[in-house]
Design a protein. Structure first.
Length: 631
């Protein structure tokens, strides 16, 4: 043994030997009890960060512990195709070459995307190996593998035939930058400093008016009503009358609707059904006209020629200036509010009405809620089930289509003649309605989370009844951060119950986020990120892993600094030196001659301490209190 603990001298070589000898690759053995974990698949475009390091360490602890207990353990690794994120990367590459995806065409673009995936997709997998993850790399999966793609197609067709997937013209979240729809949980609320503009809407005879307070004056061009609370005595005499929208001079009704909050602003709300979720619902309830103000790129339409072609923010400034000149801008107040941002590009998301594919959620949510309530699936810590129930009990239909090319293409085909829609596992040769042979496939792809929702069983070969699926499924413990309960966990639960009639796992072990020493989120903008690979190079994988779990408490965030890895390495060095001392003072022959009745009092004391330690560690791990195992 070296005089000093130097993990770089042996960690990777030891890991390579373990992997080559098949220690991480279980075989189906019905004489043993299986224990299975599926990795939360990191994005194929990504690289290892501290959050990955924590979640992988926790999974590895559970897998190795269960292996020691005699279970037949399987830890399935893999990556997610990261639809929008990958598309953005490929678009950036094309732009640097003076190309666009439109001018090279879909087929060539997909070749570029696959090439990007082949070049960069293995980065994070190799980094996971550097971390020492005991995954079965022979079973590594990718969400766009042939088998997983087959599972996605099968689910879409089944759900369409069942009537649970439909195509409709509804209000959705739209990212003008990514040029795609987003689901509700892909929209992140970010605090933004802005203003409230108070605008007077006069009656036609100019004798009366109501004042509307709005954060978006540019959308007033699409107003088709103003609304007040039916309980607001201030405006009862105005309900049923009409007022005129400034600039556009559209005469619109004053209506009463219960969604209006009397306390907000003036208690009068402008309704723009084409650009706001609440307004859209109110418009349906009250039979209002829908007028679109700007297009999918955030560019003003020709409602007022002066503003046509302007982007939203430029038009806002011009409209406010014109309102001042008309004398209807009562006042402007500073205002801080949450604005929806795209979770990928972080630009403002615009609600807009669009034809998209949706999945009905009411019937899927019910068994998913009951399964957790009955204890068939438990959250650790238990408090996270409240967030799960809140979201599932208020769930809306899921917008599953995306206007990008990288991903699973929707298996829907349209007749060019009669417009009949065919949803099928194989491309049809002719229209079943009119016999026309000219059909085209829907250009949209599916939400990334549609495929990752199938991960626990699609990775096992479903819809085929493979040996792995029959033996290793359902999985046992899902380990993940608390911030993707809705993105991923809930979707896996309702998808697995629907398609396999079994739970995907029995326990969801939620951990916190890794933050810097001051408790701040690690980010490029703050410059406070820590690269786990640098920690491994300087201190070793075991030091990194130990320093992470030593500071973790159930479900809470972890404050981390590189100094903690240094302390962990010093601790490992003490163990190293103790091992050197023992080996230097014993020999193989002496150890083989030891009989139980020849044990000294000191020997028995040490063995007793070891037995007690085994019991304590077992109890802690069974409760997922891994931090307590590090003391």
């Amino acid at each position: 043994m070296l005089n000093k603990y130097e993990p770089s001298e042996f960690e990777q070589e030891l890991y390579k030997k373990w992997n080559e000898k098949g220690y991480f690759t279980p075989k189906v053995d019905k004489t043993k009890t299986p224990y299975t974990i599926v990795i939360p698949p990191p994005n194929v475009t990504g690289k290892l960060h501290m959050g990955h390091a924590l979640v992988m360490t926790l999974q590895d602890i559970l897998i190795r512990y269960k292996k020691l207990r005699g279970f037949n353990t399987l830890w399935i690794p893999g990556t997610d195709h990261a639809a929008i994120a990958t598309e953005v990367k490929v678009l950036e590459k094309l732009k640097s070459e003076g190309k666009t995806k439109e001018n090279i065409g879909r087929e060539a673009f997909l070749e570029e995307a696959w090439e990007w995936t082949r070049n960069y997709g293995g980065t994070i997998i190799n980094q996971l190996k550097s971390l020492g993850c005991s995954c079965d790399w022979t079973r590594e999966r990718f969400t766009m593998d042939e088998g997983l793609s087959k599972a996605v197609e099968e689910v879409f067709v089944r759900m369409y035939e069942k009537g649970a997937i439909y195509r409709g013209n509804r209000m959705i979240n739209w990212c003008p930058t990514c040029k795609s729809s987003l689901s509700d949980i892909e929209v992140e609320a970010e605090e933004e400093h802005s203003h409230l503009w108070y605008i007077r809407y006069y009656t036609k005879d100019k004798k009366e008016y109501v004042t509307v307070a709005t954060t978006r004056p540019e959308t007033m061009l699409g107003d088709t009503a103003v609304a007040v609370s039916p309980d607001d005595d201030r405006y009862k005499n105005m309900v049923g009358k009409t007022v005129v929208v400034p600039i556009i001079n559209r005469e619109i009704p004053v209506i009463a609707d219960e969604f209006v909050e009397k306390e907000f602003g003036t208690g009068v709300v402008k309704l723009t059904p084409a650009h706001d979720f609440n307004d859209y619902e109110a418009g349906i309830r009250n039979g209002l006209e829908t007028v679109e103000v700007f297009d999918e790129n955030g560019i003003m339409l020709n409602l007022v020629p002066k503003y046509e072609g302007m982007d939203i923010m430029t038009a806002r400034k011009e409209i406010v200036k014109d309102l001042e000149e008309l004398g209807v801008l009562e006042k402007i107040e500073d205002y801080v509010h949450n604005v929806g941002k795209c979770y990928r590009c972080h630009n403002t998301v615009e609600p807009r009405i669009s034809i998209q594919w949706f999945m009905k959620m009411d019937e899927l949510a019910k068994p998913a809620i009951e399964t957790v309530k009955s204890g068939k699936i438990k959250f650790v810590p238990e408090r996270f089930d409240k967030s799960y129930f809140h979201w599932m009990e208020n769930i809306k239909d899921w917008c599953i289509s995306r206007q990008i090319w990288w991903g699973h293409r929707i298996p829907a085909y349209y007749c060019d003649e009669c417009k009949e829609v065919h949803v099928t596992r194989n491309a049809p040769n002719e229209c079943k309605k009119c016999g026309n042979k000219n059909l085209h496939q829907d250009p949209d792809t599916l939400d990334t989370w549609f495929s990752s929702a199938l991960w626990p069983f699609s990775t096992m070969g479903w819809p085929e009844e493979t040996e792995d699926f029959k033996y290793f499924y359902p999985t046992n413990t899902l380990v993940t951060a608390y911030d993707i309960i809705f993105f991923w966990v809930a979707r896996m639960i309702f998808s697995s119950l629907e398609h396999t009639k079994q739970v995907p796992f029995d326990t969801v072990f939620m951990h916190g986020l890794v933050r810097d020493a001051k408790g701040r989120k690690m980010s490029k903008s703050l410059g406070n990120g820590i690269d786990p690979i640098d920690i491994i190079k300087d201190y070793g994988a075991d030091s990194l892993r130990f320093s992470l779990v030593q500071n973790m408490t159930l479900g809470n965030d972890v404050k981390y600094s590189a100094e903690k890895a240094g302390a962990a390495k010093n601790f490992a060095n003490k163990i190293w030196n103790a091992a050197k001392f023992v080996l230097a003072n014993t020999n193989k022959e002496e150890l083989e001659d030891v009989k139980e009745n020849s044990l000294t009092l000191e020997d028995k004391w040490l063995l007793n301490k070891l037995d007690r330690l085994v019991i304590e560690v077992t109890n802690h791990i069974e409760k997922y209190e891994v931090r307590n195992c590090s003391y």
